[in-house]
Ligand binder design. Sequence first.
Ligand SMILES: [Zn+2]
Length: 85
Amino acid sequence: MDSGMISKIQKAKRYAEEPQRVTFRSFSVSFAGDHSSYAVSYDQGVWTCECEFFKQRGICSHTMALERLLEPMLSTVQPEPQVQE
Ligand SMILES: [Zn+2]
């Protein structure tokens, strides 16, 4: 392997350990919940999920789980709603 490719691979390994270098603009995933799978999408900071809870509240366990997974790579992380105790 040539030295140019070796240095690129080393750089890729370092980049891969710094997820904050990456900011998702948009993506869509299939989220396997406990009971069913849901299409979840993200576009410029706006979440969409096809589950019933999201339709009523605009946030759900699926979008919150993805925020936790991808937090360093999302430009606008929405705060979790305050839970009244
Ligand atoms: Zn959902």
